[in-house]
Design a protein around this ligand. Sequence first.
Ligand code: RB5
Length: 148
Amino acid sequence: MSTPVLPTIGMCSDHAGYELKNKIKAMLTGKGYKVMDFGTDSEDSCDYPDFAHPCAKAVESGECALGIAMCGTGNGISMTLNKHQGIRAALCWAPELAKLAKEHNNANILVLPARFIDPEVALKTVEVYLDTPFEGGRHERRIAKIPV
Ligand code: RB5
């Protein structure tokens, strides 16, 4: 029996999300996901768009199937990611939100508020996000109307 190929996940954060990004990356690689880490690479103060744009482009192009992003609040990085037409980045702080973000919105990037979420809750939120399928149907029509 062949082992299922897990999707490649793009990750990005600023300094505020750096530690959480590493925790999530360790969990994902431990499960067998391939992770492309677009930075940042330390806790030195930096600007989230410098890492969000390359990550968004990789998800838009299909180089990464999905993305996981974080900054302190999750807001700045969400705003940046969602400037890309092909990105549906959803800020989620609980597994239930991540489940609905995938089921209803087919969010292709999960965003976490690193300074406002318990790391264990963040890990669970990532697992639920990755394990939940898009429902399609009426939601397909709605998400088709999002790009401007
Ligand atoms: C960094 O201090 C903080 O502003 C950033 O991580 C984020 O919360 C911005 O939206």
